[in-house]
Design a protein. Structure first.
Length: 259
C-alpha cells in the first residue's frame, strides 16, 4: 500500500467507479488516502475505548464484531481512556464517545491523527442531541453511523457519498443513505476486501497499542479544531477536514451530517 506521504487530493481515493445491478455506484477503491495502522503482522487487534451511554452498548458491540470479521484485523471494546465531553484521543487506539454535543448539524465524527501515512490514534463521536430524537433514535441510524465512523478509523473512506443515489446493494455502512428503521447496517464484502488491500503489506514498526508520543490533540471534536475544508459532500457540506499539526503529523476528520 502507500508508504510515502499521500497527496491531499488522494485523502479519499474514489478511483475507477463502476455500476452494478440497479444502477448503484460501487467504488473500486475507498481507502482513506492510504492511511493505515502500522503493524508487523496480520491480523492485528485494535482497541476501542468505551466512552458511550448504555443506549449505544449494543451498537458498539455489533460494530466491533462486524469489523472483526475482517481477515486482517480484529477490534475489541475496552474501558474508555477519556471523558465523553472532551473525547481526547489516546495513542495506539480509538476512543469511542457519545454525548449530547448540541444541535450543531452533525450526527457523528471520526478523526484520525496520522504521522506520514500511519494512523497513530483515532476518535469517534456520536451526537446524542440528535440520536435522542424520534428521527434518529432508530436501529438503522444508530447502527449506520456507529459502524461507519469506526470504519473510518480503520482507514476506510466512503463507497458512495451521495444520499440521492440508490443505496449500494448489499447495503454497507460505508455508504450515505437513509436506513430502514429496524435495519442493522453492516459492512459489506467490498469493505472487507478493501481492508485486505490496505493491510496487504507489513510494516517494520507498529502504532497499534503503543505510546508513539504524547500528542494531546485537544478536544478533537469542535469545528474550530478540525482545520480546513478539503472535501464536500453532494449537498455542498464539508465532509472532510484537515489540520496540520506540524512535525509531519496531521489530523483528519470525517463528518456525518444530519440529513
Amino acid at each position: 500500500m502507500i508508504i510515502s506521504k499521500p497527496s491531499i487530493k488522494a485523502i479519499v481515493i474514489l478511483a475507477s467507479a463502476l455500476f452494478v445491478a440497479g444502477g448503484t455506484f460501487v467504488y473500486a477503491n475507498h481507502s482513506w488516502g492510504g492511511y493505515h495502522w502500522a503493524r508487523k503482522s496480520n491480523p492485528f487487534t485494535l482497541k476501542l475505548g468505551y466512552n458511550v451511554s448504555t443506549a449505544w452498548d449494543g451498537y458498539l458491540a455489533e460494530a466491533s464484531s462486524d469489523w472483526s470479521k475482517s481477515s486482517v484485523l480484529n477490534t475489541t471494546v475496552v474501558a474508555g481512556g477519556t471523558d465523553a465531553k472532551r473525547c481526547r484521543a489516546t495513542t495506539g487506539r480509538v476512543e469511542v464517545c457519545s454525548r449530547s454535543y448540541g444541535f450543531n448539524g452533525w450526527l457523528g465524527v471520526a478523526s484520525i491523527r496520522v504521522s506520514g501515512s500511519h494512523i497513530i490514534q483515532g476518535t469517534v463521536k456520536v451526537n446524542d442531541s440528535y440520536f435522542d430524537t424520534p428521527t434518529y433514535n432508530t436501529t438503522g441510524w444508530r447502527s449506520l453511523v456507529m459502524c461507519q465512523e469506526i470504519g473510518h478509523t480503520l482507514g476506510l473512506g466512503h463507497q458512495d457519498e451521495n444520499f440521492n443515489n440508490p443505496p449500494i446493494t448489499p447495503h454497507t455502512c460505508m455508504d450515505y443513505f437513509v436506513p430502514d428503521t429496524n435495519e442493522v447496517v453492516h459492512p459489506n464484502q467490498h469493505d472487507y476486501d478493501q481492508l485486505v488491500t490496505i493491510y496487504s503489506h507489513l510494516d517494520s514498526t507498529t502504532t497499534v497499542g503503543l505510546i508513539v508520543d504524547k500528542p494531546g490533540n485537544g478536544k478533537n471534536g469542535d469545528t474550530a479544531e478540525w482545520g480546513k475544508s478539503i472535501k464536500e459532500d453532494a449537498k455542498g457540506r464539508t465532509s472532510l477536514y484537515e489540520r496540520d499539526l506540524g512535525n509531519g503529523q496531521k489530523l483528519f476528520t470525517f463528518v456525518f451530517w444530519a440529513d
